[in-house]
Design a protein around this ligand. Structure first.
Ligand SMILES: [Zn+2]
Length: 383
């Protein structure tokens, strides 16, 4: 039983289990392990921090724990171990398997079990991981926003009031500056420090932690007046402006003189809605700076090399211009564990788990046969 629980696999669900009843629908599977957290949760406890009110899930497959460390404020929170939640539900979907899709396949070490992982290497490619980044066919793979948004890991969310949060400072000239702060068990806040590739879901699973500077911020801009948001990464500023005459998004690289990088006027542009709030994203990951609005990505992408090892503070500043910023969220890029160059056969995939320290995947059991892979998606709730 213990082995079954620690497997990073998923169990097939009888059609009535878990409150899901389907007729003429695809079978539903339920995640049974921690290897894909936080994107997919296995059996877990929901913990509510008594100090800050933050709700967060922790892995329940390693046995009950009396307390957990709040990943928002660092306080110790009690765990109600009699309230165990089922793993997330998944169902198969049709369509060609693309990079970063979820796939289910028989566990190479125990074919009676099935496991779910994320495809990172496609048939025929040569894949490696160096310094946490994927390298495909000899080049660093640069995830575009659509891909990045699938694998990014939450670091921090500002609930309501930016001004009252100790991690936010607002300068006299209106810059919102985010200072990440690391907390260790029972100690609420240490000084400003870079985020680590930590998974609060694992609650102390051993593993070397790395400081990170590949970060993503998203926020909602309100439609009060023309939008102008400036992001500062290290010494450079980038400007995202809602251009009133055309209602278009214009992104600038702000240097000695402002240079427009791209004016989004094509069919796939991501125009800012004039009457609605828009989600804005800005990130520097995989040596690529991306700015944009909405879920469709686009916006602007610029090659951008962060100074290696510059993790002493988050290089992120936001100037809201005439608009207002709400729901600021900070994420980090996924940091895979390094592995050597591997040639993927033309009939196989290379798969990894998002929860790197808790995942057994192609780093351990090699590639998986493409014919055995089923494309998966979180199950939709029955109507
Ligand atoms: Zn807390």
């Amino acid at each position: 039983m213990k082995r079954l629980l620690v497997l990073t696999g998923i169990l097939m669900l009888a059609s009535l289990a878990g409150g899901y009843a389907f007729f003429a629908r695809a079978p539903v599977y339920r995640v049974a392990g921690p290897s894909m957290a936080p994107a997919l949760l296995g059996p877990h406890y929901n913990v509510t921090c008594p100090t800050c009110g933050h709700d967060f899930p922790i892995d329940a497959t390693r046995g009950p724990v009396p307390t957990a460390t709040c990943d928002d404020c660092g306080a110790i929170a009690p765990v109600k171990t009699d309230d165990i939640r089922a793993g997330d539900a998944l169902e198969t979907i049709t369509g060609e398997i693309e990079r970063f899709d979820l796939v289910m396949f028989p566990d190479p070490d125990d074919p009676l079990q099935r496991v779910v992982k994320r495809v990172v290497g496609l048939p025929g490619e040569t894949i490696a991981c160096r310094d946490g980044d994927l390298w495909i066919d000899g080049e660093r793979y640069q995830k575009r926003w659509k891909e990045l948004s699938r694998v990014m890991i939450p670091v921090y969310q500002v609930a309501d009031n930016l001004a009252s949060d100790p991690r936010i400072s607002i300068t006299a000239d209106g810059w919102i500056q985010y200072h990440h702060q690391v907390h260790s068990q029972g100690i609420q806040i240490t000084g400003a420090a870079p985020p680590l590739d930590d998974y609060p879901y694992n609650q102390g699973l051993p593993g070397k932690l790395h400081p990170l500077n590949e970060l993503i911020c998203t926020f909602v801009r309100t439609p009060d007046g023309p939008m102008e948001v400036v992001f500062g990464f290290e010494q450079n500023d980038f400007l995202l402006r809602d251009d009133p005459p055309g209602g278009r998004t214009i992104c600038y690289l702000k240097g000695d003189e402002i240079q427009p990088l791209r004016v989004s006027q094509s069919a796939d542009s991501n125009d800012l809605p004039r009457q609605e709030s828009a989600v804005v994203h800005a990130c520097v990951c995989d040596q690529l700076l991306q700015l944009g609005t909405g879920d469709r990505g686009g916006g602007v992408t610029v090659p951008y090399q962060l100074q290696p090892g510059n993790c002493t503070a988050l290089p992120l500043r936001i100037h809201p211009g005439k608009g207002k910023i709400e729901s600021l969220k900070i994420f980090r890029d996924i940091r895979y564990a390094d592995f050597p160059e591997t040639k993927i056969p033309t009939d196989a995939y290379f798969v990894l788990g998002d929860n790197v320290p808790a995942s057994r995947d192609s780093r351990h059991f090699g590639v998986i046969a493409a014919k055995n892979a089923r494309r998966m998606d979180p199950a939709s709730k029955p109507d």
